[in-house]
Design a protein around this ligand. Structure first.
Ligand SMILES: NC(=O)c1ccc[n+]([C@@H]2O[C@H](COP(=O)([O-])OP(=O)(O)OC[C@H]3O[C@@H](n4cnc5c(N)ncnc54)[C@H](O)[C@@H]3O)[C@@H](O)[C@H]2O)c1
Length: 257
């Protein structure tokens, strides 16, 4: 029997084959979970449907997380099929490209709101709106990055959004744990070449620095994150909540090298 047999995971954040959400969906499926995949809009719908066909003909639907109605539609989509969510994967973020280089203090007021709304507030909105369709002891996970707790050149407003996301993890863990034992954690992934990552100025320099200085002398890859997601979705992580789990080849522990 596979680790996630009988569990249903709803995965948000597939854009293409390089997305971290794609690796997570594949890993969850490989370990026996059934899936619901969501897409942000028409631009990514085709890719998501293609992946869904590969992964057991998973149902797909739109979810634009800046709109409560869209999150509500996701809830109705799940409830309408008589399903319950055992694992919710929040693998999405957004900041305007011009806010991801240069000085952090140049961040516009609207760019700050947009980044925080999509990248951090959305997790609270999802936990609230999907509450009726969570299975008891469900596992919620979001993706974060070291730029939340360290100043990483060019990461700027996204670092501030990730700090808000990580703080939300702790508040939501407390809210959701009390309700029906739902756990809420984040995976802090090392840099991985994806469409979103390419928007960060000088991203290849970050990749090179981690490969040189991380204890494992390599970068984490999306499959490493998928493995950690399987652990967090499974009963093997049953008393773990409110935590930030680093999947970064150990880079975060290093001081001067
Ligand atoms: N790639 C990295 O180096 C890295 C490192 C650590 C954490 N992360 C985080 O991993 C997550 C996934 O990013 P990725 O690197 O796979 O990039 P990606 O570009 O493949 O995925 C980002 C996803 O966010 C979705 N999205 C953006 N705005 C949305 C909205 N309003 N509604 C719904 N969906 C929306 C996009 O459709 C896309 O699927 C993000 O939270 C990112 O910050 C990435």
């Amino acid at each position: 029997m596979a680790l996630l047999d009988g569990k249903m995971a709803c995965v948000l954040g597939v854009a293409n084959r390089w997305s971290i959400a794609t690796a997570i969906a594949r890993a969850l499926h490989q370990h026996g979970a059934s899936l619901i995949l969501t897409y942000e809009g028409e631009r990514t719908q085709g890719e998501v449907e293609k992946l869904a066909r590969e992964l057991g003909d998973a149902p797909t639907t739109a979810c634009e997380v800046s709109k409560d109605e869209s999150i509500g539609s996701l809830r109705e989509f799940i409830a309408g099929r008589g399903l319950a969510v055992d694992a919710l994967v929040h693998s999405l973020a957004f900041a305007r490209k011009e806010e991801l280089s240069g000085k952090y203090f140049a961040t516009s007021r609207s760019g700050f709101s947009l980044a925080l709304d999509i990248s951090a507030y959305s997790l609270a909105a999802l936990c609230r709106e999907l509450q009726p369709v969570f299975a008891p002891q469900a596992s919620v996970m979001a993706m974060t990055y070291l730029g939340s707790v360290r100043a990483v050149t060019n990461y700027n407003v996204m670092g501030v959004a990730k700090a808000a996301l990580e703080s939300s993890i702790r508040y939501l863990a407390n809210d959701m744990g009390e309700l029906n034992g739902v756990r809420v954690n984040a995976i802090s992934a090392g840099p991985i070449k994806t469409a979103s990552a390419r928007a960060v100025g000088d991203f290849t320099r970050i990749l090179a620095q981690v490969a040189e200085k991380a204890p494992l002398r390599r970068n984490a890859v999306a499959e490493d994150v998928g493995n950690a997601a399987v652990f967090l979705a499974s009963g093997l992580s049953s008393a773990i909540t409110g935590q930030i789990l680093y999947v970064d080849a150990g880079y975060n522990i290093m001081g001067i090298v």
